[in-house]
Design a protein around this ligand. Structure first.
Ligand code: IFM
Length: 441
């Protein structure tokens, strides 16, 4: 299961943490649906031990979390904050003590605000500050974590943060967004090289948000628009990571908004990875005319308005295997926001359990079709701060009553716990004949 720092930790101005772009963004009026912020969130900064016990009760063997850059280095560069580093050390040691592997993400969107004031990810210098941050985390935790992800969902940071501006830092400028995407990709490669030079033993990779992109009809206008969307969402990230090039059709589409780059940048982006993380929620259906009505396919839709389309996950994973030389992959996020019903203290989230079951089956189908999968993680352990949607949208398999901070495992969590027990028993009875993928790309 997975979480991220800003969405769960709270303690926004405690123990020396500096402000991030999300603190700043939430303080602007009209940015967050319910006018909330991550100041308290799930108070995980104080309740981490209780939350790790929840993980142990669930029986999961891996926990994906992120470190907050502004908690460990409040200005982004300059002084380090030992209290922030101590927190993550307690967390990692607490996971290991419970037999749970730590999967650490360095950048789950919460750039220090003082770096944004210097241009944020559009400033080439931010890449070097990111490498320093990666090395600082590695020095304290690197030999104890199973994996390190550089960036979570660079498309979201670039596109939603800097092109449409619906996420922090709230910029609406396509050329800036494309420069941001380029610097995120290059800084990923630079961080991998620097971590390896330090002898890092954790598996290294990146996490992308990916969806199959389908045209609404076979009309040429829909097909063409879907191709561009596919290029911007998938190929813009996958082509440089695996082929050291940007897709030609998207370079042409962008015209003067193509990012500035140095001749060696794309080779840096293509530094080999140990794994690729895939976050999957739904497919995209693209229409050149009226927007596609998500209810049209007759499937159920989550509280985010996202169509439940599990076969899209199989389609996506098989495409990644066929089109790119991908390393072993993880589904690093998958799950749904639903309106949960509470009866006599039990939370009956039937749709969430159904969603998760169908997507686990979709991963199994991809494995049957020859895809190397190393893991599957539910988004999310806890109900938490869902960015611009605030606290209204609940993704957790564990319910959080925000006023009391009481945690209650939902039916989906109880189902998942039983499922894991069953899977472990089956594995012990008959070890899989499929050889485990080797470490390394
Ligand atoms: O909550 C987010 C997460 O931070 C990144 N991936 C998508 C999730 C659901 O919107």
């Amino acid at each position: 299961v997975a979480t991220s720092a800003y969405q769960v930790e709270g303690a926004a101005s405690e123990d020396g943490r500096g402000p991030s772009i999300w603190d700043h963004f939430c303080a602007q009026s009209g940015t967050i649906a319910d006018q909330t912020n991550g100041n308290t969130a799930c108070d995980h900064y104080h309740r981490w031990s209780e939350d790790l016990d929840l993980l142990a009760d669930l029986g999961v063997d891996a926990y994906r979390f992120s470190t907050s850059w502004s908690r460990v280095r409040p200005q982004g560069d300059g002084e380090w904050n030992s209290k922030g580093l101590d927190f993550y050390e307690r967390l990692v040691d607490g996971l290991l003590a419970r037999g749970i592997q730590p999967y650490l993400t360095l950048n789950h969107w919460d750039l220090p605000q003082s770096l944004q004031l210097r241009g944020g990810w559009a400033n080439r210098d931010t890449m070097q500050w990111f490498v320093e941050y990666a090395l600082g985390i590695h020095a304290r935790l690197g030999n104890r974590v199973a994996s390190i992800t550089t960036h979570n969902e660079p498309w979201v940071i670039a596109h939603l943060g800097n092109e449409t501006g619906v996420f922090a830092p709230g910029i609406q400028h396509r050329a800036t967004a494309m420069q941001v995407s380029h610097h995120l990709l290059v800084s990923h490669g630079l961080a991998l090289q620097a971590l390896r030079a330090e002898g890092c033993t954790a598996r290294l990779g990146i996490v992308l948000n990916l969806s199959p992109v389908h045209p609404a009809t076979r009309e040429p206008a829909d097909v063409e628009k879907a191709r561009i969307e596919d290029g911007r969402l998938l190929r813009w990230y996958l082509d440089p990571l695996f082929n050291a090039s940007y897709p030609q059709d998207i370079l042409e589409f962008l015209g003067t908004d193509v990012p500035k780059m140095l001749p060696t940048d794309l080779q840096t982006v293509a530094t080999p990875m140990d794994f690729l993380g895939v976050n999957y929620y739904s497919r995209q259906v693209i229409s050149a005319g009226e927007p596609w009505d998500v209810h049209r396919s007759g499937r159920y839709v989550t509280d985010m308005g996202w169509e439940v389309y599990p076969e899209g996950l199989t389609e996506l994973l098989v495409r990644l295997k066929n089109d790119y030389r991908v390393p072993p992959m993880y589904v690093t996020e998958n799950g749904g926001a639903f309106r949960d019903t509470c009866v006599n203290g039990r939370i009956h989230d039937v749709l969430r359990a159904d969603y998760i079951t169908r997507h686990i089956d979709a991963v199994a189908e991809a494995i049957a079709q020859g895809v190397r999968m190393e893991g599957y993680m539910i988004w999310s352990l806890l109900d938490n701060f869902e960015w611009a949607s605030g606290y209204d949208k609940r993704f957790g398999i564990v319910h959080v009553d925000y006023p009391s901070q009481k945690r209650t495992p939902k039916d989906s969590a109880l189902w998942f716990r039983d499922f894991l027990v069953q899977q472990k028993a089956l594995q012990q009875a008959a070890p899989p004949s499929r050889p485990r993928a080797e470490h390394g790309a």
